[in-house]
Design a protein around this ligand. Structure first.
Ligand code: ZN
Length: 416
């Protein structure tokens, strides 16, 4: 007999995302591992039995202190995994929305000293406790929308000490928020004002990256590989150095134009290439062959008022593994993964099932935590998002405003 301290019954539609190791690609890109009429048994924060409700009831005995909850036909998915965030920043950029609406691009606003440079100034000025408090508020809202795991990039300090300060906040934020956080060092986000690109790249490679690796402050290293930011040779130099130190490589690639970042990710065997709005067909094929996951951020072209859209359908059809991220940043302030899923369907043209795969098991794969997040299976931590909807496909179909009950390690964390 299996002992459990929590039994979740009456699940109308359960997407477990369990099955062969991810990523899910091509024909499998929408495999949900679905169970109708499911039950879940949890003990000590981990799943101990997953299956049809009747089978779970037969195999599980509730501890005397335990309880059983009837979810009344709800749709249940693993807690969402947000594979791309810039969680840590000071200030906001609401004052730039008018200029964006009148046609100013990300690059033009940055060239005038606004955009990312405005955020760099505000982040450098902010006290450590103000940065942490702001991040905690964002994490609370992310959790309330179903996100239980997220990647967090540094990249708004652009100094040696400042980037280390940002990365140093992440373990404490994970502890206090309950959201599982995976840190990425993005020192090469932009060239700091008043510095030469080449000397900044030397500082990243010679000084900051070795310290990040030695202190285990990040699992991945990312480069903003775009003309005017870090062209391919600089990106290659930073990411090769990171790989030698044991960090996985990620690339902000082909967002504004064909930058060669996607091809670079394929050449280096990067874990992921992200954005990819302008990636040509030949480079999509390279990503597929190299097994690089495309982390797509379908809200960003919308909030950037760009004419492009995220190429979800094209990537799946090219055999590339697709994961989703919010791209939460002061340029695109989106915290709620269900809204990202809606954009993944209606703009990037993933099917609802593919969008759910991309926001769970494939996103976990893209940030190196597929062994513990993004799927529901015996032994895993019990992270769940519960929606009062008749099927999981309704999560992207019903755009936003979805009341969500969220469990992290078997404890309901939202609503508290
Ligand atoms: Zn980004």
């Amino acid at each position: 007999m299996i002992r459990a301290d929590l039994l979740l019954e009456g699940i109308g539609d359960l997407a477990t995302l369990a099955g062969p190791p991810p990523p899910r690609v091509g024909r499998s890109a929408g495999d949900l591992g679905r169970i109708d009429g499911a039950g879940l048994a949890i003990d000590g924060g981990r799943f101990v039995c997953v299956g049809r409700e009747r089978a779970v009831r037969r195999e599980v005995r509730l501890r005397s202190s335990g309880r059983s909850i009837d979810l009344a036909g709800a749709a249940v998915v693993p807690g969402f995994v947000d594979a791309h965030t810039h969680l840590l920043f000071g200030g906001d950029r609401s004052a730039e929305v008018g200029a964006k609406v009148r046609g100013a691009s990300y690059v033009e606003i940055a060239r005038r000293g606004g955009g990312i440079y405005a955020t760099v100034r505000a982040t450098r000025r902010a006290t450590t406790s103000a940065l942490a408090d702001a991040a905690r508020g964002r994490l609370r809202r992310m959790l309330a929308s179903g996100t239980t795991t997220a990647e967090v990039k540094s990249g708004y300090a652009l100094t040696h000490a400042g980037e280390l300060r940002l990365l140093g906040l992440i373990p404490g934020l994970a502890r206090t928020s309950g959201v599982r956080l995976v840190p990425t060092y993005l020192g090469a986000h932009a060239v700091p004002p008043g510095r030469e690109r080449s000397s900044y790249v030397e500082e990243i490679v010679g000084r900051t990256l070795p310290e990040v690796a030695r202190r285990r402050l990040a699992r991945f290293c990312d480069v903003f590989c775009e003309p005017g930011f870090f062209p391919v040779p600089d990106g290659a130099r930073v990411l090769r150095a990171a790989q030698r130190l044991g960090l996985g490589a990620k690339v902000h690639a082909d967002e504004f134009r064909r930058s060669g970042g996607g091809a670079l990710a394929a050449r280096l065997g990067a874990v992921s290439a992200e954005h990819l709005l302008e990636t040509p067909d030949a480079d999509r094929a390279r990503l597929a062959r190299a097994g690089v996951t495309a982390v797509l951020l379908p809200v960003t072209p919308f909030s950037s008022l760009a004419s492009s859209r995220s190429p979800g359908r094209e990537m799946v059809d090219a055999g590339v593994a697709v994961a989703l991220g919010s791209d939460l940043s002061p340029n695109s302030w989106i915290e709620a993964m269900p809204i990202v899923l809606a954009h993944a369907v209606y703009s990037a043209r993933l099917t609802p099932a593919e969008a759910i795969v991309a926001a769970t098991v494939n996103a976990a794969h893209a940030i190196g935590v597929a062994d513990r997040a993004g799927s529901i299976a015996v032994g895993r931590e019990a992270d769940l998002a519960v929606f009062d909807l008749p099927s999981v496909e309704r999560i992207p179909y019903r755009i936003g405003s979805l009341p969500t009950r969220v469990y992290r390690r078997g404890i309901r964390v939202s609503p508290a």
